[in-house]
Design a binder for this molecule. Structure first.
Ligand code: RUQ
Length: 640
């Protein structure tokens, strides 16, 4: 059900915020019968088609003891983590800390996690804030293979890799020469070697252009700032190469044949202020010819900037006018596009207009034709540019030829048929491409459907990340949760089946069948070189002021009931959890020294800290483990 008054308020507030840059949606926009929506420059409260209702699909509300049928991997926004949701219930199962310290697992406290996060010379964390937006997973044969997920940190231009067997972040790379690392997407197969049918690279787009190198010179000349597109190796997590471009990069998509990657560009103007950024009527989607770029790197046709050794190839417009040798091509897209998504049939990339009410459908075979010299103008790769409604952002797919696009300003999801849109654009004005519209609550950003970004899109469930929740939940003061809505897309009409409050600010997510993962719930002692395999191997060793304390845990006891150190010592504490039982995690906390971390079954973790205050310190288990959990303690004696 919708609240017309509130919708009107939200729409006009959002439109006013965008000012004059908003292109009006003209009468060409199709409405879905019966209720039309989203026409006219001043969007009226739409009747929409708010089919809130009951889904006939099983699994939406699992009964106690039942499991969800899909995993969802959600980015966490400012909390710098990745969240794991069960879908379609929307229940949050886990948070995987990446870029920001986390008190539950001791992320940023243990030596192992600090090594992944990166430290300064004094051993403290290099960064303590993050901003994750986009989570994507590694592919094999066009579907997820359960090896890795990747997530970006927009603030500090970092990319994290997550092992999907243990659901932990095991590697973080800081990308040189860029700021505002936003879009991210793994490749789906190798651009050259046919046999490699899985992910070996991840691509990263940079939104904010910079002086190159960014060393304090040329700061007052924004017209000379540049943005780069980056390729990272999945196994080493080293940066393989970067590409200098005109304009900026926003979101990223890759083709199913491995040959192309692309990024939508909302600031081809290279503006430093928003009025300049939205001055041009058309921006672009820049396509990269991966095999040619890698050949150029091999041939030594690159530069480097500042201290970075990363090869940077030239993908600017003026150096890439000859299609036969071009490394990149710029397809024109209306006004400040946002989002680029690959259709599961492998044929199209779809860019939304954001400040234009349109979606642009680009045919990939035609882009390759241009690179082969068989298409005279790159813009002829555009096979549809159709109106959808106001503020189109991201697109998901059902695998049956339909696309679902969020309309930020209209607070709707529009379902449209891609083939019909192509026919309509080709001149058949009877082709009805809009299939359905659904009101969502409110102002949706990303949406994604089950398997949408794989060749196995199954058209069952759609999640919509609504940036505003307004009146949908009990009021909790000024900070509102966001509203993740669940939609049944198995039928012709979309059915809104649930609202879920989520802590800000998730941005993007993927949803896939649970069978694609093979998680391990107990570590292997051999995963850790410093594991203490037998309680007898524990104890204290001293080397000057450096003291190593090794102990094991087995519920309800630590192998050292007490240990003694001296004031001024640098203590490294290594703990192996010898419990083998699933779910038997222990914690270890020491008052007054900022020590608190967990050790999962068969895991080893360590912390290093300086003891500067003499006295008795009760170390205790923070993670409920046993009927004698409260008795699970040790004492640290610090001698004066
Ligand atoms: S984009 S603001 Cu995913 Cu729509 Cu980050």
């Amino acid at each position: 059900l919708t609240v017309p008054g509130r919708r009107r308020f939200l729409n006009s507030a959002a439109v006013a915020g965008l000012g004059a840059g908003l292109a009006a949606c003209n009468s060409g926009s199709q409405s879905a019968a019966p209720a039309g929506a989203a026409s006219g420059a001043a969007p009226a409260a739409s009747g929409g088609s708010g089919h809130a209702g009951t889904s006939s699909q099983p699994g939406l509300h699992p009964k106690p003891g039942e499991l969800d049928t899909y995993y969802g991997l959600w980015s966490g926004g400012h909390t710098g983590d990745v969240r794991v949701l069960g879908m379609p219930s929307g229940r949050e199962i886990l948070r995987i800390p990446c870029f920001v310290p986390d008190a539950l697992v001791g992320w940023g406290i243990t030596n192992e996690s600090k090594k992944v996060m990166g430290t300064k010379a004094d051993g403290s964390l290099r960064y303590t804030v993050g901003d994750t937006h986009h989570v994507h997973a590694s592919y094999k044969d066009g579907d997820y293979d359960g090896r890795y997920a990747f997530v970006n940190d927009k603030i500090n231009s970092r990319i994290a890799r997550i092992r999907l067997d243990y659901f932990v972040c095991d590697k973080i790379t800081e990308i040189p020469n860029i700021q505002g690392f936003h879009g991210i997407f793994p490749d789906k197969r190798d651009p050259v070697d046919e046999k490699i049918n899985y992910t070996t690279r991840v691509f990263a787009g940079a939104e904010f252009h910079l002086p190159l190198p960014n060393d304090g010179k040329g700061m007052d000349k924004p017209e000379t700032y540049r943005a780069l597109f980056t390729c990272i190796d999945v196994e080493t997590m080293n940066v393989r190469w970067q590409a200098l471009i005109d304009g900026n990069c926003d979101l990223v998509a890759t083709s199913y044949d491995g040959k192309l990657a692309a990024s939508n560009q909302y600031n081809t103007e290279g503006g430093a202020h928003f009025a300049e950024m939205m001055s041009a009527e058309r921006d672009a989607c820049v396509f990269f010819h991966i095999a040619r770029i890698e050949q150029a790197v091999k041939d030594g046709k690159f530069k480097t900037y500042g201290d970075s050794k990363v090869p940077v190839v030239d993908c600017t417009r003026k150096s890439n006018e000859d299609p036969k040798t071009a490394l990149a091509a710029y397809v024109s897209v209306p006004k400040n596009p946002h989002g680029v998504n690959a259709s599961p049939d492998g044929k199209y990339f779809i860019c939304s207009g954001k400040l234009s009410p349109t979606a642009t459908v680009i045919e990939l075979a035609k882009v390759l034709d241009w690179f082969d010299g068989k298409l005279d103008k790159i813009d002829k790769a555009i096979v549809a540019e159709v109106e959808l409604g106001l503020g189109p952002l991201h697109t998901a797919f059902d695998g049956r030829g339909n696309a679902f696009t969020t309309l930020f300003l209209d607070s709707q999801v529009v379902k449209w048929n891609v083939d019909a849109a192509i026919k309509f654009h080709g001149g058949d004005k009877t082709a009805k491409y809009v299939v359905d519209r659904l009101d969502v609550h409110y102002q949706p950003g990303h949406l994604n459907a089950s398997g949408s970004e794989t060749a196995k899109a199954d058209g069952k469930w759609l999640a919509v990340g609504c940036k505003f929740s307004k009146d949908r939940f009990l009021p909790v003061g000024p900070l509102h949760p966001e509203n993740e809505q669940i939609v049944d897309i198995s039928g012709e009409k979309m059915i809104l089946t649930g609202d879920h409050p989520v802590r800000g600010e998730p941005h993007d997510f993927i949803i896939f069948k649970r069978e694609l993962l093979r998680p391990k719930q107990v570590y292997s002692l051999d995963d850790f070189p410093n594991a203490i395999k037998d309680p007898k191997d524990g104890g204290i060793t001293r080397n000057g002021k450096k003291v190593t304390v090794k102990m094991t845990t087995q519920a309800p006891a630590y192998s050292l009931p007490e240990f003694t150190v001296k004031k001024g010592d640098e203590v490294t504490l290594i703990i192996t959890n010898l419990d083998k039982v699933e779910d038997l995690t222990h914690g270890f906390a020491i008052p007054k020294f900022n020590v608190n971390f967990i050790v999962n079954p068969q895991e080893t973790a360590s912390v290093t800290f300086v003891v500067d205050k003499p006295g008795v310190y009760w170390c205790y288990c923070t993670h409920f483990c046993h009927a004698l959990h409260l008795e699970m303690r040790s004492r640290m004696f610090v001698e004066a």
